[in-house]
Ligand binder design. Structure first.
Ligand code: NAP
Length: 249
């Protein structure tokens, strides 16, 4: 499937960026979605093209349905869709209890992490399902170990959004298993990316590393390797499954 298009939401930084580079190295054509950081997305495209790969950057805030439609229109022009990586995600400010959360914060986390992922999957299924004349494909959803741990006193809303992603992964996987589409989730543990700074605590992952059985944070590349395996034919019998990539956490 190596000449197929892989759409990666939030492909501009962190885990999405590492996934874009790893998938491009295996020959996939990459659609690098980004919310606002065009420079970072353009850099990912340049890195891929510098190694004779194919990539385009497309602005897509997954909280906006119209952006999602544009993302998939651009992907259609770029080639045949083989996989979607539902990676773009956000946390609210860290260290906030539920009894302090605003409705706006909760709604935004859910809009990006849950509704955005489901809408992107909808567009991918329309294109990949054999029921709609497609050739099959793979959807990988980024969950988090927070879905299991609940993230108390940190960001329970985020944890709940990832719990929803786990249910969505299982359910959608069953729904399209007979239509050539595999659906899998990944629960990263503490990964060294800028998401912790976005939550107001840049060194959060390193501060909590002692809680990880392997006693270290993970890298974006370690998550990307699992994602690239899941979208490959090597994972051909894996669906409705969620893989923890968390150093044991
Ligand atoms: P990151 O370094 O903060 O990067 C976030 C990426 O998502 C960026 O490319 C960003 O685009 C994009 N993004 C942000 N808001 C978006 C929106 N509204 N619509 C579309 N894209 C958006 O994050 P990360 O750590 O790589 O996280 C990637 C995924 O892994 C997320 O779903 C996250 O929940 C999950 N995860 C991460 C960890 C961890 O420890 N890092 C642990 C568990 C799960 P711009 O560059 O344009 O801002």
């Amino acid at each position: 499937m190596t000449d197929k298009v892989v759409v990666i939401t939030g492909g501009s930084r962190g885990i999405g960026r590492a996934t874009a580079l790893a998938a491009a190295a295996r020959g996939y054509r990459i659609v690098v979605g980004y919310a606002s950081n065009k420079a970072a997305a353009d850099e990912v495209v340049a890195l891929i093209e510098g190694k004779n790969g194919k990539a385009i950057a497309v602005k897509c805030d997954v909280a906006e349905e119209s952006d999602i439609l544009e993302l998939f229109k651009a992907a259609d022009k770029f080639g045949s869709l083989g996989a979607l990586v539902n990676n773009g995600g956000i946390v609210g400010k860290s260290g906030v209890r539920v009894d302090e959360m605003s409705a706006e914060r909760i709604q935004h986390v859910m809009a990006v992490n849950v509704t955005g992922s489901i809408l992107c999957a909808r567009e991918a299924v329309k294109r990949m399902s054999t029921k709609h004349g497609g050739k099959g494909g793979v959807i990988v959803n980024l969950s988090s170990v927070a879905a299991r741990l609940g993230a108390p006193n940190t960001y329970v809303d985020y944890a709940a959004s990832k719990g929803a992603i786990d249910s969505f992964t299982v359910g959608l996987g069953y729904e399209v298993a007979g239509e050539g589409i595999r659906v899998a989730g990944i629960r990263p543990g503490l990964i060294d990316t800028e998401i912790h700074a976005a939550g107001g605590e840049p060194d959060r992952a390193h501060r909590l590393a002692h809680l990880v059985p392997m006693k270290r944070v993970g890298s974006a590349e370690e998550i990307a390797n699992a994602i690239v395996w899941l979208i490959s034919d090597e994972a051909s019998y894996v669906t409705s499954a969620i893989l923890d990539v968390s150093g044991g956490r």
